[in-house]
Design a protein around this ligand. Structure first.
Ligand SMILES: [Zn+2]
Length: 158
């Protein structure tokens, strides 16, 4: 008899509030798909990615996470191949994610994990994410994302 895998019950990266339901993830993803700046973002060099991750960490007053551009070996069975991924102390940014929108999204998770309360893609995450877009991309991008988030009825924290 094979073992039944229950990956969702495990929390190998110590994500805070791991079991809290991620109730508005689809609304956030849809809003992003509808933003012009998410459609064809310019790719950054790896050093530029590292610089932005460091700048965002300083801006937020968090411990800088380790950046990975390929899935590290020890994660092999724990996260799917070729996804952008964040944990309290790391960001995994495959080449397609080496751009400002992806970095802001993943770093909003890192900030939420370190500062709390983590609510996955909930109102607290969205608030941090909008502040990041405003500071590291611009007000026009922040306003566009906020407008698309309101169309998908995603809640934004106060
Ligand atoms: Zn996310």
């Amino acid at each position: 008899m094979g073992k039944i895998r229950e990956p969702h019950k495990k929390n190998p990266f110590d994500i805070p509030n791991y079991g809290v339901r991620d109730f508005q993830r689809a609304r956030v993803y849809t809003a992003e798909e509808n933003c012009s700046f998410w459609k064809d973002p310019s790719s950054l060099k790896l050093q530029e990615v590292l610089d932005i991750v460091r700048d965002i960490s300083f801006w937020a007053g968090i411990k800088e996470p380790r950046s990975f551009f390929e899935r590290p070996l020890q994660m092999e069975k724990q996260i799917p191949t070729n996804v952008a991924f964040a944990a309290p102390d790391l960001v995994c940014l495959p080449l397609f994610a080496c751009n400002k929108p992806y970095i802001c999204h993943e770093m909003a998770h890192v900030i939420s994990y370190q500062k709390g309360p983590n609510d996955h893609h909930g109102p607290n995450f969205v608030k941090v994410y909008l502040d990041l877009i405003s500071s590291f991309m611009g007000l026009a991008e922040r306003d566009e994302l906020r407008s698309e988030l309101s169309k998908t009825k995603a809640k934004v924290g106060a």
